[in-house]
Ligand binder design. Structure first.
Ligand code: 9WN
Length: 451
């Protein structure tokens, strides 16, 4: 990031009131402009429907400034929950024209599946950060009474979301959940998926039959490749053609991975549900017990003592993938992560690979910046994203590293001060990339400013 950006960052991050007020206004305006009846679109151009984990992050920011919308945001998403408990990763807005996003409802065909809602959705899920978001939205709310009512209404749906994952997605029977598509990770083209994706048969040429929507709104060099997309579509077709039934996964599905971030969110959700249960008059005990089992399974299956970080496990080969991505740091959000592993993650976070410091000279990248295939412009293969920094910061705070958390906070606020509410940022210069008016950037900025 250039000097001007760093100066503004410091002013905002250390309480420069004028700059903080300007940033807050920018964030609220971004969220207002992206509000659509009962939800917030991630971006008007690139992502004009409702996305699952976006809505969770967005609700955390809305809770402070538009509290009623925070609960409508989550309620509209959970209205699209399937009968089996899955919360779809996209809820399509029926008012939009065909082709407003690719792949649209015609590819997913959710209406053909018994148990899918009336509204068209995808059949995939995303990291279950919703219980944590609901709890934080409650804590951030200016008036606790409607917020508690919101929590109470949502609680059974949050429990059903976890039950779906535990009952249907523990394909290895090891207590962890597997993702069946890179889109389920939320970090679509992360180098973490290169090894498992290489085994998915597909050819880039199939994309000639389709029109990608993303590359008409963003630079193709900043997005996944056509070969990535050909594989994404092949995996969707495999899942869809089995009616999105999880019974066939072990035998017939081409992509099955246990992701550290997804499972960390799965565990953090049980911790959050324990707190929500206590607030709404239910028994927190079973949630606490499940949370402990998830942390234990993560340690057993995904922690690599050689590298001192968590790595995804490819269930097709039963091997840990080798790429060191920021996904590995995210189990820090688990309050019961043992000190030994938490300390190792802090070492990894502070290393030249990720550069977390109390005074950061560059933003947190999504991939090891010393790796030869680090790509500073391409989506999840290097650029800095606010939701990931926000999660890592929560983890640093939870494990007793306030100075590092403060450094990360200043760096993230500086990114928006320097470039606006962009979707992602250049990990060296801080330049804005992707959508220039991205909702979770705005929402999480509000959360950072409030702390
Ligand atoms: C596919 C909406 C979503 C985010 C994901 C991000 C991106 C979609 C896409 O946008 O994914 O789901 O079209 O690239 O990778 O994390 O939820 O913001």
């Amino acid at each position: 990031m250039g000097d001007a950006g760093a100066t503004r960052a410091d002013a905002a991050g250390t309480g420069g009131p004028a700059d903080a007020a300007v940033l807050r206004r920018l964030a609220v305006d971004t969220l207002d402009a992206n509000w659509e009846h009962d939800h917030t679109v991630p971006s008007r151009t690139l992502y004009p429907h409702q996305w699952s984990w976006d809505s969770a992050f967005i609700a955390i920011g809305l809770a402070q400034v538009r509290p009623e919308r925070a609960w409508r945001e989550l309620a509209s998403l959970f209205r699209a929950q399937w009968a089996d408990g899955r919360v779809p990763h996209i809820v399509f807005n029926p008012a939009l024209r065909v082709g407003a996003y690719f792949p649209g409802p015609e590819m997913w065909r959710s209406a053909d599946v018994p148990g899918a809602p009336t509204v068209a959705t995808s059949g995939l899920v995303q990291p279950p950060v919703h219980a944590l978001a609901a709890l934080l939205a409650y804590r951030r709310a200016p008036d606790p009474t409607p917020a508690l009512a919101g929590l109470r209404r949502l609680y059974p749906a949050l429990v059903a979301q976890q039950r779906y994952l535990a009952d249907r997605r523990d394909v290895a029977g090891d207590g962890l959940v597997c993702i069946v598509h890179p889109w389920e990770s939320g970090l679509d083209n992360s180098p973490a998926w290169d090894e498992p994706m290489a085994a998915v048969p597909a050819e880039a040429a199939v994309m000639r039959a389709y029109r990608r929507h993303d590359t008409t709104h963003a630079d193709a060099a900043h997005r996944p490749t056509d070969l990535d997309y050909a594989r994404y579509l092949a995996i969707v077709a495999a899942y869809r053609d089995h009616g999105y039934s999880d019974r066939h996964l072990a035998t017939a599905h081409p992509f099955l991975v246990e992701c550290p971030l997804f499972n960390a969110a799965f565990g953090a959700a049980e911790h959050a549900l324990a707190e929500i249960a206590a607030l709404v008059g239910d028994d927190p005990g079973p949630h606490r017990a499940r949370a402990a089992r998830i942390t234990e399974a993560l340690l057993r299956r995904l922690y690599d003592p050689e590298t001192g970080t968590f790595q995804p496990r490819d269930l097709r080969t039963d091997r840990l993938v080798s790429a060191r991505t920021v996904l590995g740091l995210t189990p820090l959000i688990l309050p019961d992560l043992p000190t030994r592993q938490a300390d190792a993650l802090v070492v990894e976070a502070r290393s030249a690979r990720f550069g977390v410091a109390s005074l950061m000279d560059r933003p947190l990248p999504t991939y090891d910046r010393t790796a030869p295939d680090f790509e500073p412009l391409r989506y999840w293969r290097g650029p800095s994203w606010l939701n990931i920094g926000w999660l890592v910061r929560c983890g640093l705070l939870g494990h007793g590293h306030p100075e590092l958390a403060a450094g990360l906070r200043r760096s993230m606020i500086g990114l928006v001060a320097g470039a606006g509410c962009h979707e992602y940022f250049h990990p060296d210069t801080g330049a804005g990339l992707g959508s220039p008016a991205f909702s979770w950037t705005a929402a999480l900025l509000l959360d950072l400013l409030a702390d």
